[in-house]
Design a protein around this ligand. Structure first.
Ligand code: ADE
Length: 231
């Protein structure tokens, strides 16, 4: 990994990266600001994709084409789906899938993208292992590996949580990971998603999200920092 793309969707999720990087040059493409520089002795490009799958896809493709990154790490917050997870806990992706891809009316399983080879995009094993080791060291007993489900939806219902956990085997849910994962897969670029829980995607999610996004973003940032230290 010679040049790492580091993506967060919102300001809170990239703020600490931006504060801690050196030799920064800023450029803008498709309305997204890319900050090239050094972080923990590595060449990085840090950007805020904006929320949702379209923003994340455009951002990731630009990182690959125009900035030449050879790996992508997504850092940010998510809603917990696994009942064992608490606010602040960490999920490192083993794989990502879009929970809002629904062509069931034509007989495809929920989440399946018609006519594609796969709809479940595996994280890079080495990046995921490094991220999980960093996470387990910093947050022992509060780190999990699992499937990240993405959709253009802020999930805030216990029924949806149960469905996404039981039917689609999600560990957490957010709005960008599977999009980054698919674009990386289409380009043969390794990726991993790191998410700290801001909420439990239930009836209190909107309140918890507002209260815990800064803390959860910091947890996720600290894992990225530790990961790069160990590279
Ligand atoms: N990001 C953080 N919490 C979330 C939720 N409940 N649904 C979707 N994305 C999220």
């Amino acid at each position: 990994w010679k040049k790492l793309g580091l993506i967060g969707a919102m300001n809170e999720e990239i703020e600490l990266l931006v504060q801690h990087m050196d030799n920064v040059t800023e450029t803008e493409r498709a309305g997204i600001v890319y900050r090239e520089g050094r972080f923990q002795g590595k060449d990085v490009v840090v950007c805020r994709s904006g929320v949702g799958k379209v923003n994340a896809a455009v951002c990731t493709q630009i990182l690959i084409d125009r900035y030449g990154v050879d790996a992508v790490i997504f850092t940010g917050v998510a809603g917990a789906l696994d009942p064992e997870l608490n606010i602040g806990d960490i999920v490192v992706s083993t794989e990502c899938m879009q929970h809002d891809m629904d062509v069931t009316a034509l007989g495809f399983e929920r989440g399946v993208i018609p006519y594609e080879r796969t709809s479940v995009f595996a994280a890079d094993a080495a990046l995921a292992e490094l991220a999980y080791a960093a996470s387990a060291a910093l947050f022992p007993g509060k780190s999990k590996q699992g499937r990240v489900l993405s959709g253009d939806q802020f999930v805030a219902s216990r029924d949806t949580v149960r469905e996404l956990h039981e039917q689609l085997k999600g560990t957490c849910t957010e709005m960008e990971g599977a999009s980054v994962a698919q674009v990386c897969s289409m380009n043969g670029i390794p990726y991993v998603v790191i998410r700290s829980m801001s909420d439990k995607a239930d009836g209190s999610a909107h309140v918890n999200f507002a209260e815990f996004t800064v803390l959860a973003s910091e947890n996720s940032y600290r894992i990225v920092e530790e990961m790069l230290k160990r590279m």
